[in-house]
Design a binder for this molecule. Structure first.
Ligand SMILES: Nc1nc2c(c(=O)[nH]1)N[C@H]1C(S)=C(S)[C@@H](COP(=O)(O)O)O[C@H]1N2
Ligand SMILES: [Mo]
Length: 383
């Protein structure tokens, strides 16, 4: 698809008179349905577990490798804003910038583009297991493992925009000094390092699976920061600030930090953790007999090299079959044959990535429930 088509199609859908009327109608309909008042897209209960403004994907409803917009989890701090590509601007500024920029959408589209298949995953994905498995509740949305989606993102590498804006040569590369800010009412923002900003797969994305980025997922432009916590993937981007020093904001000083009795000092989150999940409802009921159990595994750094399953609460582990594609920092589908006997079962899985990392047997609790990745006993009833 040509970038030009994206703009015209989106203008027709969102900013054309007919489109605006249709959207208003959709918003009214959504306002009447409980749990849907924050979003533009429908969030039906067959596809999403309702956490109000946050919507968790039922992983068992996914079919292909990429997550379609209709199934992509939503994590928003405020209602989806109604933005228009004709008035959208991107400012790039800060004391480490030699040439501040103020770009329009067309100017962004004219820059060289790149497509990346990557997961976006909430830092709190798996938070419910602190309570359900570890027995210690952590605060925040009680996701199991459905706060993740994988899409093909197309856009301009963030580094290309920063080169245009000329980042001063002596700017530190490993501190959190590149702030990306959203145009939602609460202006959600979070910094990354200059090194991460200049990675070739770090994007300012204007397309999602070959279509304009859906309104709820950051239209017209969102950041894609593969491997880092979901919060760095800022939606509805409007401003970027680069400084010669750390940029402290609430999303690095208060939230998105590991804290609690096991953390004498707060640890500011950057990278996600390695995980695997069974693509069945939590507490699924299945018929006895030979079944194929499907699931997913994902790593923030590489490909998945192995996934193992245990049906005896972790005493023994067997490898499962991995399916292509197996893309680094996206995910891998896996499955195994199971001769299911009547009774209550627990399916545990653990992933190993190409860096040799594996899911830990235990981990410390943190108050805000980030990064849970100890193998969970997925309950299944066979009758
Ligand atoms: N502007 C803005 N960007 C944001 C957020 C937000 O609330 N506002 N939420 C963040 C969080 S916490 C996550 S996990 C991801 C969720 O992206 P999604 O809703 O497209 O799945 O977006 C991130 N980017
Ligand atoms: Mo998140």
């Amino acid at each position: 698809m040509e970038a030009h088509d994206i703009v015209t199609r989106r203008e027709f859908l969102v900013t054309g008179a007919a489109g605006a009327a249709a959207l208003a109608t959709a918003r009214e309909a959504a306002a009447q349905a409980p749990g849907q008042r924050f979003h533009v897209k429908p969030v039906p209960a067959e596809i999403f577990i309702d956490h109000g403004i946050n919507q968790e994907t039922r992983l068992e409803t996914l079919r292909g490798y990429l997550t379609p917009a209709s199934h992509f989890f939503v994590r928003s701090h405020a209602t989806t804003p109604n933005l228009d590509v004709r008035t959208w601007r991107l400012r790039v500024e800060g004391n480490a910038i030699e040439r501040p920029l103020d770009l329009g959408f067309d100017e962004l589209l004219r820059l060289p583009s790149r497509s990346v298949i990557s997961a976006v995953e909430c830092a709190g994905n798996g938070r419910a297991f602190f309570k359900e498995v570890m027995g210690k509740t952590a605060s925040g949305t009680q996701w199991r493992y459905g706060a993740i989606g994988v899409a093909e993102w197309t856009g301009v590498p963030l580094g290309t925009v920063l080169e245009l804006a000329r980042v001063r040569k002596d700017t530190p590369r490993d501190i959190l000094n590149v702030l990306v800010e959203g145009l939602d009412s609460v202006k959600v923002n979070r910094p990354m390092s200059l090194a991460k900003a200049f990675e070739e797969d770090t994007l300012l994305a204007y397309a999602f699976n070959g279509e304009p980025v859906p309104a709820d997922h950051g239209f017209p432009v969102r950041a894609i920061v593969p491997g880092w916590v979901g919060i760095n993937n800022i939606k509805w981007v409007g401003r970027i600030e680069v400084r010669d020093s750390v940029i402290d904001v609430p999303t690095t000083t208060k939230t998105y930090v590991l804290d609690g009795p096991d953390y004498p000092r707060k640890v500011v989150l950057r990278q996600q953790t390695l995980k695997s999940a069974v693509a069945l409802p939590w507490g699924a009921t299945l018929p006895a007999g030979r079944l194929r159990v499907r699931g997913l595994a994902w790593s923030p750094v590489g490909r998945i090299s192995r996934v193992e399953v245990s049906l005896d609460r972790g005493a023994t582990w067997q490898p499962v079959e991995l399916r292509e594609p197996n893309i680094p920092r996206a995910w891998t589908r896996w499955d195994f044959a199971w001769d299911a006997r009547p009774g209550e079962h627990a399916i545990l899985t653990r992933a190993i990535d190409d860096q040799g990392k594996t899911q830990p047997a235990a981990m410390p609790w943190n108050a805000q429930g980030y990064g849970y990745n100890v193998p969970v006993p997925h309950p299944v009833k066979v009758s």
